[in-house]
Design a protein around this ligand. Structure first.
Ligand code: PBG
Length: 333
């Protein structure tokens, strides 16, 4: 054939391919989510093979391991004992609670690691919702935001670097920004769960924290989070959320879940100049783990390809449970 263009010319050798490679994943892109509980045994999370509920001491060791692999940010999720859960989730702003203690311990031992926290009531709510549920079964917006501000301040006091509101209440980014500033935490950033969809991909995470919505009394508890998390059918609404978060002072915007929402990552990358994070959520992780356990896929190749897809779509940061494995594989390459 007489072809002028033969794209295969640039695919011929590894060196040529590496010269024209457009995107790259590296350990410093990762934010590593970690679960912690009060117990003194590490507990495996059955729906998330390879992920654990760490004790405070073993969590610190895991953070040190992540640091040595080149990971520079972690995010913490607490499994709170049932006896501490209330309708208002007040434990979320207990200065002596699990998360503030863990933050202090990590800052003592690995002071340079960036610590992101999750702000929402679900781990602390006896109703299993991210906000306060009224007697009529409505997830209350403004009342919840007051609690979230208190939660954010307690986390900042303990040493958190980035506050991550994951609750999807309206106006929470602006309110948290103001609350942090009033308390002298103007240096603490906000990584907003900007476009967080009401997704079935969070299933394994809710098992990890035992935080799924549940009827505990006579209240009509909403079965899902669709009155505050976004409808998976919508794109334009994600842009609106991004505009609001920017106006309210968010430093980083996040899209969650990641893999089924690459188009949303791409759109936000086009619409905003802020860093964009993708959350490669629990269900995405567990699907890969399950297929790999069965020997149906090559875990390493699939994970690295998946992480690369977030970068290609425009994400600058990736929250992923694969962080340590991937960092190790990248080192070996
Ligand atoms: C709760 C929260 C959730 C996740 C992070 N923070 C679950 C939810 O909204 O129900 C999900 C993370 C994952 O699935 O990996 N505010």
């Amino acid at each position: 054939m007489e072809l002028t263009y033969r794209p295969r010319r640039l695919r011929r050798t590894p060196a040529l391919r590496s010269m024209v490679r457009e995107n790259k994943v590296s350990a410093s892109d990762f934010i590593y989510p970690l679960f912690v509980h009060e117990g003194n045994q590490i507990e495996q999370i059955s729906a998330m093979p390879g992920a654990n509920r760490w004790t405070i001491d073993t969590l610190v060791e895991e953070v040190a391991r992540a640091w040595d692999l080149g990971i520079r940010c972690i995010v913490l999720f607490p499994k709170v004992s049932e006896s501490l859960k209330t309708e208002g989730g007040e434990e979320c702003f207990n200065e002596k609670g699990l998360i503030p203690r863990v933050i202090r311990k990590i800052k003592d031992e690995i002071p340079d690691m960036t610590i992101m926290t999750d702000v929402a009531l679900d781990p602390y709510s006896s109703d299993g919702h991210d906000g306060i549920v009224s007697a009529e079964g409505v997830v209350l917006n403004d009342e919840t935001v007051d609690q979230l501000c208190k939660q954010a301040i307690v986390q900042a006091q303990a040493g958190a670097d980035l506050i991550g509101p994951s609750d999807m209440m309206d106006g929470r980014v602006g309110a948290i920004r103001e609350a942090l500033d009033d308390e002298g935490f103007e240096h603490v950033g906000i990584i907003s769960y900007t476009a967080k969809y009401a997704s079935a991909y969070y299933g394994p995470f809710r098992e990890a924290l035992d935080s799924a919505p549940r009827p505990v009394n006579s209240k009509p508890i909403p079965k899902d989070k669709s009155t505050y998390q976004m409808d998976p059918a919508n794109t334009r609404e994600a842009i609106t959320e991004a505009q609001l978060d920017e106006q309210e002072g968010a430093d980083i915007l996040m899209v969650k879940p990641g893999l089924a929402y690459l188009d949303i990552i791409y759109r936000l990358r086009e619409e905003s100049e802020l860093p964009i994070a993708a959350y490669n959520v629990s269900g995405e992780y567990s699907m890969i783990k399950a297929a790999a356990e069965k020997g149906w896929i090559d875990e390493k190749q699939i994970v690295l390809e998946t992480l690369l897809s977030f970068k290609r779509a425009g994400a600058n940061l990736i929250l992923t449970y694969h962080a340590c494995d991937a960092a190790q594989w990248l080192k070996e390459e």
